[in-house]
Design a protein around this ligand. Structure first.
Ligand SMILES: Cc1cc2nc3c(=O)[nH]c(=O)nc-3n(C[C@H](O)[C@H](O)[C@H](O)COP(=O)(O)O)c2cc1C
Length: 192
């Protein structure tokens, strides 16, 4: 856990450019559950992610949006990613955000090292829910993060929100968030 605080910092990445975005709404539910479990949270939603330029490894300087993302993840004790299922996988917006973590490669804690990562997918069918979740978990492994034991999928074709906009069955999403916070509280870096 960050030495700066006994409350772990959980950073949420997710959503789409459209409004209202169901994957962003679901991320809000997850971050509220993380706060209820004792965390501080920061949300990087579709608005910020849509202003991230496509990641270019040759960039000599980082645009401010990329620096904001990289700095937030560098400080994070845990991460939650909520993506829509697009053509059976993550959306390009979310993949670009994850590609944009490349500046963390040379850190003492590279990429998502030592962080639990809650993986959430919202899609119009179970097939994309499952395939996108598997793809997201593979990416988290590549970034050296620890996908939580439970991944959450929300099928938007089944009208998962009530008239007030609340997620009718939040248990999966809340459990993912609780697992991220529990891991952050347990994590001790390996002795140097
Ligand atoms: C370009 C595009 C591709 C999509 N591909 C799939 C898909 O392959 N399978 C599926 O179940 N839903 C698919 N969807 C539906 C979205 O996953 C679904 O509407 C999701 O809730 C959108 O997230 P949002 O509400 O945060 O924008 C697609 C939507 C778009 C716009």
């Amino acid at each position: 856990m960050s030495a700066k605080s006994v409350r772990p910092l959980i950073v949420g990445i997710g959503g789409t450019v459209r409004s209202p975005s169901s994957s962003e709404r679901v991320l809000t539910v997850a971050l509220a559950a993380a706060e209820a479990a004792g965390a501080r949270t920061v949300m990087l939603g579709g608005d910020l992610l849509s202003r991230l330029p496509i990641y270019n490894p040759n960039d000599a300087e980082h645009p401010p949006e990329r620096s904001a993302l990289v700095d937030a993840i560098r400080e994070a004790d845990g991460v939650i990613v909520s993506t829509p299922g697009y053509h059976g996988s993550l959306s390009g917006l979310i993949k670009n955000a994850l590609d944009s973590l490349e500046p963390l490669r040379q850190d003492a804690r590279p990429y998502l090292d030592g962080r639990a990562v809650g993986c959430i997918v919202v899609a119009d069918g179970w097939q994309a829910c499952g395939s996108a979740l598997a793809h997201l978990r593979s990416i988290v492994h590549a970034l050296r993060g620890w996908p939580t034991p439970l991944g959450a999928t929300v099928n938007s074709a089944l009208k998962p929100f009530d008239e007030a906009g609340a997620l009718k069955e939040p248990w999966q999403v809340e459990t993912v968030a609780q697992q991220v916070v529990a891991f952050a509280k347990m994590w001790r870096p390996p002795a140097a």
